[in-house]
Write a protein that binds this ligand. Structure first.
Ligand code: GTP
Ligand code: MG
Length: 207
């Protein structure tokens, strides 16, 4: 079963804060990835409720440990979670939990991941190796996942799909898409790739 992408919802969406009557499957999904890859942006772009953020300003002390390469204009970082909600056609409602990107927040991982059915892992193709830690955590937790390459303007264009899959050592069945986290439809497509993957792995439970 595949879901058709819905129109882009927003905080002012007609869904409002209440769950639609058609909601029948409530699914917890992680939006994971390294520092500054676009997790908060993605949840912002798709959430039909006002997203919850735990942003703090980057300090001079954090500048020494948080690599700002590629995200020079970044002034804040997520220190606990982001939270948003997206209702899909067919009654599936995604509860989106954005994880903090830095290794020093590792202690939060198990709590945030508890009860999740899958993860969308954002990868920045300008710094693929920054994603290895998060991919390791997701694989360790046994969570099914999809990879979304976030589309930054200065990203190298020479990478082929196979080259990227090899670089991340992805299993053949792991979905890989590109997305612009600022664009709701593009972000929804990435989430749909994950949902389709979850359903194809476990069609009975997903019904
Ligand atoms: N061009 C482009 N810029 C993006 C995209 N996604 C995010 N950005 C920008 O990248 C910067 C970092 O985005 P965030 O959403 O804060 O990243 P994050 O992963 O939540 O960062 P941490 O919580 O600090 O780990 C912001 O300035 C975004 O506007 C994208 O798909 N394309
Ligand atoms: Mg964030």
């Amino acid at each position: 079963m595949a879901f058709a992408p819905s129109s882009a919802p927003s905080a002012s969406s007609p869904h409002g804060i209440h769950l639609p009557d058609t909601a029948r499957e409530l699914v917890k999904i992680l939006v994971a990835g390294p520092f500054g890859v676009g997790k908060t942006t993605l949840i912002d772009s798709v959430s039909e409720i006002r997203p919850l953020h735990t942003e703090e300003h980057l300090s001079e002390a954090s500048a020494e440990v948080d690599d700002l390469a590629g995200v020079r204009d970044k002034t804040t970082t997520t220190v606990a979670i982001d939270f948003g909600r997206l209702s899909l056609p067919g009654g599936v409602v995604l509860y989106l939990f954005g994880t903090p990107g830095q290794e020093r927040f590792r202690a939060l991982w198990d709590d945030i991941a508890h009860g999740a059915l899958g993860a969308l892992v954002l990868v920045d193709s300008r710094r693929i190796d920054a994603s290895f830690g998060v991919l390791g955590l997701v694989e360790e937790s046994g969570l099914p996942y999809a990879v979304a390459f976030n589309d930054f303007p200065d990203a190298p264009r020479h990478h082929g799909v196979q080259e990227l899959r090899r670089a991340l050592d992805l299993e053949p069945g792991t979905p890989m898409v590109t997305c612009d986290a600022r664009d709701a439809n593009s972000s929804i497509d990435a989430l749909l790739a994950l949902v389709d993957h979850l359903i194809s792995r476990d069609p009975v439970e997903a019904r």
